[in-house]
Ligand binder design. Sequence first.
Ligand code: XMP
Length: 509
Amino acid sequence: MAEKILIFDFGSQYTQLIGRRLRELNVYCEIHPYNKTVALDDSVKGVVLSGSPYSVREADAPQLNLQPIKGRLPLLGVCYGAQYLAHHFGGAVQRSDSREYGRAQLSVKDADSPLLKDVATNSQVWMSHGDTITALPHNARVIASTADVDNAAFAITGEPTYGLQFHPEVYHSTEGMKILQNFVKDVCGCRCDWTPESFIENTVNALKDTLGNDKVVLGLSGGVDSSVAAMLLHHAIGANLHCIFVDNGLLRKNEFAEVLESYRDMGLNITGVDATVDFLSALVDVSDPEKKRKIIGRMFIEVFDREAYKIENVKWLAQGTIYPDVIESVSVHGPSATIKSHHNVGGLPDRMNLRVVEPLRSLFKDEVRRVGMALGMKPELLRRHPFPGPGLAVRISGEVSKEKVAILQEADAIFITGLRTANLYDRVWQAATILLPVKSVGVMGDERTYESTIVLRAVTSTDGMTADWARLPDDFLANVSNDIINKVKSVNRVLYDISSKPPATIEWE
Ligand code: XMP
């Protein structure tokens, strides 16, 4: 029998992290907005209430009916979740007058509490709240405190309900994983047997059932998600999976040929489509970043559609959608502005009248990689840096041309090969080379030059949402710069981007 933990999201920035931590403990969990009705069937072994930027005392604070949950299922309130329990079940919450942000030391008051089993006393925990619980809910007792927060952790006697005013899910809470493990194992009684191998077995069986003898088409991008999705489907339906890999003329140097080859080695039934001319002609005279993205997105649909049409009787479109793309986020400060439109294959299913299958829909990125490993895929393929769908077009500031793509491909190949050779590739989240529409004066031999500028960008990140510029060694940067200027015709200057995200973004466009 499948088992899962439900996480109700009140809008905290850490909610996804709770999900990832539980998955690391080999427990399947789902994140739902607090205001969504979710079936509480037998597979639900416990519930977590997340934090929130709201105060429970505010009139418009998010509300969730806990009646079917509290006292019936194991329940863990984190931060706002804990304050919610206090506020609604006989305790009190007030604005805090002492500092409750950042590090604190947790002193265990009840070492017999199942939630705190083997948790070292005085371990570091991470606090982040403006309110504090001044009176515990009915029948509750303190199980741990910090210097400033008496009611840092509480348990309700006679029922499996707990509250933590700190965040066990963040890395800074050093015993946080142990606390979460105690919750899922000892309080919820989970078997913790959700592993990449079990995921593969269940998913392949489910895909076999759903797809039967139907044909499926999938667009491969060379990236991790579409590749792992393809391998899962390949295990389930073999040659009935038809993969299409489009060369849009905006890929890295030699990427199309190399990736196509490695897909063939993996046994995939794949068609490579050279659409370089279609894409580059559609981009002539276009310099606005959003227009470029839209044109590339539209062109992709056109090319893909044309190719998919050649597969007789195809019924399904497979996509490499992953969990962060489908979690419905709780909008706390109104709908967020579109910073960049990310085009992949949006719009395809409607147009092609296909049903959609998304085998990775429930996985986080690191889990996709683990599943890929368990499927025996090459580590080089699984560790590839993210690469934007619109490719080098968003790394050429202004108008795109075949000549500019060629310059950028050469410079980029030097940078990426250099990172691999220096064993730095896996230490950065993503590395990119950008071609600026800026010329500057230089001197080569006795000649004055007036040529183009290349920017190198390398960032560290865990999810691409925030990022910092990578502190690459000076010597390494010096060598890459030298190589680019010496070997790439028409480049005489190389810059290194030292902006973090925010306020900058990873891509320049
Ligand atoms: P930004 O530039 O918004 O990028 O900081 C965050 C991550 O998203 C990638 N990215 C894209 N991926 N289509 C994609 O598939 C796009 O249009 C796109 N734009 C940015 C970017 O490479 C980084 O990993």
